[in-house]
Design a protein around this ligand. Structure first.
Ligand code: AGP
Length: 367
């Protein structure tokens, strides 16, 4: 049936507000209510014997996959190959025996991702798809579908599907880590409870709207914007830059913050705001010094951080959005929300067609 906007100005605004529900419903489906443990469907292969996982997707779904790589490598200690589908399709990398391909797609119809699905299947890989639309072409052709429960996503710019994808990937990583004996029960419980706590923390993010609007006023004046993150937050910087480009038509570039001094720092002056995704995790100090370098060149630093980070960023960041404290494991899921909200607020200031940006289709079914 028809999905309404429920009083919101755009589908995107409505779908941003559905992040907590999308994360919550998705996790509910894959958590055993009695034991509160992650309970994914049985995999059609022996997890302990998987030599490598190949992750592929396009656009935002690819950035979710990049976060998934961090989790799978660091928690489950499994090698991961990752590339955008349009590249992987023509690279023809060697595929290992018993290898698993993990495909991520909101629509399940994206031509590039579907193309990779078919070629990896031919190459003998087990196909696991993370999909919002489970009754889709990719759904039919996969060995296993891990469904997100994000509900219909109408706005061209992906929002809640992204955090739902991340929720599935986080659970998948816990499942793999457990099956491969890489985490003990206490660690598993800590990771799982930080995930299950997320819907409540995500709901708190909307209280940051005024701070995000203040940031948006700076970004809306710019022609070019640089997004920086490090480690597991680098993909969130990519997601922020993509979303800004898509709906506000402002040029944005995302970089791993450590790469700043290897080139992009030459771009920085007062007219190029730097949006930093900088939670106080193990890489905070490193990112902080990257931001100090940007500030020293006249850059205007706008930071997404937490209370402790905000304290340390005084005198460096011109605007901060202070997010709830969460376990480092779930930081990328939480931080994706305000980063997408920033793009939305900028688009409002620019007066663009938020839900139907020019030149874009919701589902790209041609190569
Ligand atoms: C995200 O905002 C985009 N509209 C786009 O990058 C999208 O994520 C990409 O086209 C993949 O779509 P899919 O998830 O349906 O495969």
């Amino acid at each position: 049936g028809q999905v309404g906007k429920d009083g919101y100005r755009h589908y995107m605004e409505k779908e941003l507000h559905e992040h907590p529900v999308a994360i919550g419903q998705t996790l509910q489906r894959i958590t055993d209510p009695a034991s509160k443990r992650i309970a994914l469907p049985d995999m059609p292969f022996d997890i302990a014997k998987v030599p490598r996982i190949t992750i592929t997707a396009c656009g935002s779904a690819f950035y979710a996959g990049m976060v998934g790589r961090y989790w799978l490598e660091s928690l489950a200690r499994i090698p991961v190959e990752i590339d955008v589908a349009s590249e992987l399709r023509y690279r023809d990398p060697p595929q290992p025996d018993r290898g698993v391909a993990l495909l991520i797609s909101q629509s399940g119809e994206t031509a590039d991702t579907l193309g990779v699905l078919r070629s990896l299947k031919k190459a003998g890989q087990s196909i696991v798809s993370v999909l919002n639309v489970e009754h889709s072409t990719m759904g039919r052709e996969s060995d296993l579908v891990l469904g997100m429960v994000a509900g219909p996503e109408i706005s061209v710019a992906s929002t809640k599907a992204f955090t739902a994808q991340l929720s599935v990937l986080a659970a998948f990583s816990i499942d793999f880590a457990r099956a491969r004996g890489k985490i003990d029960q206490a660690k598993e419980e800590a990771l799982t409870s930080s995930l299950l706590d997320l819907p409540s923390r995500a709901a708190e993010v909307f209280a940051c709207t005024p701070a995000i609007q203040a940031m948006a006023a700076v970004v809306a004046e710019a022609r070019d914007v640089l997004y920086l993150g490090r480690g597991i937050c680098t993909p969130i910087a990519y997601e922020g830059a993509l979303k800004l480009k898509e709906i506000s038509y402002i040029h944005a570039e995302a970089y791993a913050a450590g790469e700043l001094k290897h080139g992009p720092i030459s771009l920085i002056d007062r007219t190029v705001p730097v949006v930093a995704i900088v939670p106080s995790n193990i890489l905070f100090e490193k990112t902080l010094s990257n931001l100090q370098e940007a500030k020293a060149r006249g850059g205007r630093v706008l930071a997404f951080t937490d209370a402790a980070g905000a304290e340390r960023l005084k005198g460096v960041a011109e605007h901060v959005v202070v997010l709830p404290d969460v376990d480092a494991f779930v930081v990328p899921i939480l931080y994706a929300i305000p980063v997408q909200m920033l793009a939305y607020e900028v688009a409002l200031l620019k007066g663009t067609d938020v839900d139907q940006p020019r030149n874009l289709a919701k589902s790209v079914t041609v190569e």
